[in-house]
Design a protein around this ligand. Structure first.
Ligand SMILES: NC(=O)c1ccc[n+]([C@@H]2O[C@H](COP(=O)([O-])OP(=O)(O)OC[C@H]3O[C@@H](n4cnc5c(N)ncnc54)[C@H](OP(=O)(O)O)[C@@H]3O)[C@@H](O)[C@H]2O)c1
Length: 366
């Protein structure tokens, strides 16, 4: 684990929103990061954070941020002078998000983004730290394009893929080439609670706008290879997906059928999950689960109410692995959508970038 002389100063773009609040809550006791700047739209700028943010989380608003004055995210130079890096969680048009994140990177501020706007920019790494941490190698190409020394953008992928991509990654040796996935997604993924979305009580909605394409395509970038300064997406596994909204507050479940080119037994698949080693755990990154993939042998697991908070919601739960008569195997995955799948995943990504010295205390940038 990296030894830092001081905590890194962090800005949160979109700090007043739902995801911004989760960043603030997660970073309250963080050993490496300290929130020093909160920024949002001109509507919130100039107000105290406790007034501007309509706090929605169960955990109380941390004292340290209550009196911070909210910046307008357009105050790039002011913010760049105060922070070592920023998390981005603004809700704007895609082109506007691309422009603002580029502007921060060009002001030499590393940006770790929760937004989807840059996910398909070929030299922006889309990172699940346990799976494709080597994609940070693309950052030098991105800096060349942007003309920066320290500024760059890294993103995390969509929350829906976190429940099944870890198992496919662990089974790489058996060459999974086709997967049929159905996701059962929690209402917090839409930024809602049951109070705000009473129609979801006792209901299922078979549509989540844009989610199926993300669930099918984003794993291929995560499994991609760096070639000529770009991340070239993998051609396999070919994934088809249906995404369903279910009456669950937190936790996306996935039911998956998979075909392998190389034959595997159930015992071999389980061993690969249990033995899966990863950079974040080996380097003891502060938010890394000790065991990334939890294999659950019981017939009725993983369950949202029993398993979603495993290792602070940062572990991924896999169970019900069994042979299938049409596909080779089927299984069930579960991941916490707002922790592992959103702010927690972005915080772990930032920790990875600190560990690899892409993000540093400013005075150490040379
Ligand atoms: N909610 C989730 O669970 C979830 C899940 C996955 C992805 N996401 C993505 O994460 C991002 C944030 O989502 P959210 O749910 O946190 O949204 P949100 O609660 O609506 O918050 C949006 C934030 O963006 C700021 N903002 C909006 N328009 C702006 C503008 N023109 N200039 C500067 N700041 C502006 C808002 O500031 P003001 O308060 O000043 O308006 C607020 O801080 C979105 O891209 C969303 O698609 C969210």
């Amino acid at each position: 684990m990296r030894n830092l002389n001081r905590k890194l100063k962090v800005g949160i773009l979109g700090a007043t929103g739902m995801v911004g609040q989760r960043f603030i809550s997660l970073l309250e006791e963080h050993p490496w990061f300290q929130v020093v700047v909160v920024a949002a739209s001109s509507r919130s700028a100039g107000k105290a954070y406790e007034e501007a943010a309509k706090w929605k989380l169960e955990a109380p608003m941390p004292e340290a941020v209550k009196k911070l004055t909210v910046y307008d995210i357009a105050q790039i130079d002011d913010i760049a002078g105060k922070v070592d890096f920023v998390f981005s969680a603004v809700d704007m048009d895609k082109d506007e998000i691309i422009a603002i994140e580029n502007a921060y990177a060009k002001a030499e501020v590393p940006v770790v983004s929760n937004n989807s706007a840059h996910r398909w920019t070929p030299d922006v790494p889309m990172i699940i730290p346990e799976i494709n941490h080597r994609h940070t190698d693309i950052i030098s190409s991105q800096k060349n394009r942007l003309g920066t020394k320290y500024g760059f953008i890294a993103v995390k992928p969509n929350c829906s893929i976190q429940a099944y991509v870890p198992a496919l990654a662990a089974w790489e040796e058996y060459e999974p080439y086709e997967a049929v996935v159905t996701t059962y997604q929690a209402i917090s993924g839409a930024g809602k609670t049951f109070e705000q979305w009473p129609e979801m009580v006792g209901n299922i909605i078979p549509y989540i706008g844009g989610e199926e394409a993300k669930s099918e395509d984003e794993p291929l970038k995560v499994f991609g290879k760096i070639e000529n300064g770009e991340i070239v997406k993998a051609s396999e596994p070919d994934i088809t997906c249906q995404c369903v909204r279910v009456p669950v507050l937190n936790g996306h479940t996935a039911a998956v059928f998979v075909k392998f080119r190389k034959k595997a037994t159930k015992e071999e698949l389980i061993k690969k999950l249990v033995d899966f080693k990863s950079f974040p755990a080996e380097h003891e990154l502060p938010s890394a689960p000790k065991q990334f993939i939890h294999y659950l042998p019981e017939d009725d697991r993983p369950q949202v109410s029993l398993d979603v908070e495993a290792e602070n919601g940062m572990a991924v739960n896999i169970g019900r692995i069994r042979e299938d008569k049409i596909y080779d195997f089927k299984f069930i995955g579960l991941a916490h959508n707002t922790k592992r799948g959103a702010a927690g995943g972005a915080v772990l990504c930032a920790e990875l970038l600190v560990e690899k010295k892409f993000i540093n205390p400013k005075e150490e940038n040379k």
